[in-house]
Design a protein around this ligand. Sequence first.
Ligand SMILES: Nc1ncnc2c1ncn2[C@@H]1O[C@H](COP(=O)(O)OP(=O)(O)O)[C@@H](O)[C@H]1O
Ligand SMILES: [Mg+2]
Length: 279
Amino acid sequence: MVGMTPDAGQRSEDVGISLVGVSKAFGRGDRRTAALCDIDLDIAPGSFVSVIGPSGCGKSTLLRLVAGLLTPDSGTIRVLDTSPLQACRDKLIGLVPQSPALLPWRSVLDNVRLPFQVNRAGGRRSSAHRVEGATLDPAEVLAAVGLGEALEKRPAELSGGMQQRVAVARAFAFGAPVLLMDEPFSALDELTRESVRHRLLDLWQAHRKTVLFVTHSVAEAVALSDRVIVMSSRPGRIIADITIGIARPRGPAVELSEEFHDAETQVRLALRKGWADAA
Ligand SMILES: Nc1ncnc2c1ncn2[C@@H]1O[C@H](COP(=O)(O)OP(=O)(O)O)[C@@H](O)[C@H]1O
Ligand SMILES: [Mg+2]
């Protein structure tokens, strides 16, 4: 089914990201590696869902499948009720990679403007799925992540945390309703990480995108998410789907609350059970 263009008339408002029976292996014969096994996952539009699991359990593979960069061996993936490839063509998907991937010769503001300029240069026709008028003002988004004074700086003049905030601002300004983030803060120290995730929370609170967020950090997953999906070690399977009911908006003080620690414990126990079952 993947790759088929759906009938626009049948588009459902209820589908953010949906995976049904998705499996993916790499290589052949003796070198075959099963990366993901029978993944069923439904993410409501406008919700924030994190995926957590041990290294090599298939988190990046999952994200790349949803982004249309890989095709599954079996199963179906839908993004806003269209195929991942069509969703990419329609600019419905924004990616925030692990490294900020900024162009060193462009200013902060011009790095955030880049996707708009590339799109105009490409002159590609937008289809029925394109969400018109959804793009945000790059300077305003940069101000929202605390970089209003750094618009004309070059990336080399910024700290790692500031660079990653530029990458987050770029994804939001691009206006895609679905954001896929692959451990975007993993290179940052713990304190910087905490401050960047609160900037991300503020932006998300204001613009409610559908976010699929991969992380190694239990605290990060709990602080950000409506749900935390826990995966087993390879081949990755979903072993827990934990709803984080902590009220929003969530400021930094929430992370000191008992409710927060209880949710963290629940995620940790699910991860440990995954290790114990694999051993
Ligand atoms: N392009 C690829 N070719 C071969 N094996 C791959 C490829 N991408 C990922 N893998 C393997 O699939 C498994 C899952 O990888 P990945 O999704 O990157 O895990 P994670 O992001 O959870 O660390 C790993 O064993 C990895 O080596
Ligand atoms: Mg990865």
